[in-house]
Design a binder for this molecule. Structure first.
Ligand SMILES: [Fe+2]
Length: 302
């Protein structure tokens, strides 16, 4: 009898383990398509933009061919990158998947606007401090085939009335002890942000690429109609009916983990990302390709 009970418990544990292993393999190796519809009187025409974030050198097939194919199939008006396609680690030295992805998108004639993540910022600093040339090499190669980096810069999509701002946060704001709440975060006022990227344009739809969603109240106060972020990887392990468990910087139960949020003036959409780094897992948190469908008021987005 005892042996029978032990065998049943072992069987249940084994099946549970296999189930979670299957979920993890699925969530890391495959990506889902998640669509958001945005309407505003400031928009001049229907526009489709894709949002990529937090690839962390991951490759969906050789040369990222599955991801490139999915992006080309969408035939978007542009691709926006909310940072961390690369990983700033001594071990993560293979940027080929990032370059293949960018090249594959550009070969289809799709404009690419690249906003910086904390990993690109760190690698950019390592150029000086460690003579680590990975970011410079990738940037130069990507710019060669037409990728536009937005390092506290803006670009205007005249047809659609969308003005894209790419914010590069002061790097000290990413300090892990701040992110985990161990050291109190200093307020980051919207006027400081305006010194970096200027002020929003009253006649345009102001789209802000800001890798870290933690400062959404600041972005909202600054005047972003829509903020696009990443950084949180969806909370890595998603607890059903609750949300993300932990951020990549080990912040427990992050307030902003992924999805859509409304502020006082504008909205925030956070990509759950495409890859992993410190904690190389995802549970009930599949990698995602975000599709943004913009339309003026009264026009069907579908
Ligand atoms: Fe990040």
């Amino acid at each position: 009898m005892m042996l029978k009970i032990l065998l049943i418990i072992a069987g249940v544990l084994l099946l549970t383990g296999l189930f979670f292993l299957g979920v993890m393999i699925h969530d890391v190796c495959f990506f889902v398509r998640r669509v958001y519809r945005i309407s505003s009187p400031k928009l001049r025409k229907k526009t489709k933009l894709l949002l990529l974030a937090d690839l962390h050198n991951h490759s969906f097939g050789p040369g990222n061919e599955r991801l490139v194919k999915a992006i080309r199939k969408e035939a978007p008006d542009g691709v926006l990158i909310a940072g961390d396609l690369m990983t700033a680690s001594r071990k993560a030295t293979n940027e080929e998947p990032v370059l293949s992805l960018l090249e594959g998108i550009r070969k289809a004639g799709i404009p690419v606007y690249y906003g910086m993540g904390n990993h690109e910022q760190k690698l950019s600093a390592w150029e000086v401090f460690r003579k680590d040339h990975r970011f410079r090499r990738l940037k130069e190669a990507a710019e060669h085939f037409g990728v536009r980096f937005l390092r506290n810069e803006t670009v205007f999509l005249e047809d659609s009335g969308i003005r894209i701002f790419g914010l590069e946060l002061p790097f000290e704001l990413y300090y892990a002890l701040l992110e985990r709440g161990i050291i109190a975060r200093q307020a980051y006022p919207a006027k400081e942000m305006a010194k970096l990227i200027g002020t929003p344009d009253a006649d345009s739809f102001n789209l802000l690429i800001a890798h870290d969603p933690e400062f959404f109240d600041v972005y909202d106060d600054w005047g972003a109609d829509l903020t696009l972020s990443g950084h949180m990887h969806g909370g890595i392990v998603r607890v059903p009916f609750f949300g993300g468990l932990v951020s990549p910087s080990l912040q427990l139960f992050p307030k902003y983990d992924g999805g859509r949020y409304r502020g006082q003036k504008g909205e925030l959409i956070i990509s759950r990302g495409l890859g992993e780094h410190t904690l190389p897992v995802r549970v009930f948190d599949p990698a995602e390709l975000v599709v943004l469908e913009f339309a003026p008021y009264g026009m069907d987005c579908s």
